[in-house]
Design a protein. Sequence first.
Length: 102
Amino acid sequence: MHPITTAHYLGLSAALLLIGTVGVLTRRNIVIILMSIELILNAVNLNLIAFSKALQSVNGQIFAIFVITDAVAEAAVGLGILIALFRNKETVLADEIDLLKW
């Protein structure tokens, strides 16, 4: 049985980053865009924890907790704004929301 190395974690993190980036750039639904941003933040957390383990330091793990806290706050604020936009425009498609246009 082969041990799981830092390269395995980095490969998984790169896959999560790629999926999240493609989701942000290609989707029109704001809910899916927010979920893709969460995937990107999880890729960052995976990198932080993998390097924290490799370097035998807890600094990356502590920083990952702050990133998770920030992600929760971002999700709460983003969903609150999304609910307000849906009540106002009755759509969750990013292309159809033009409240900031003149």
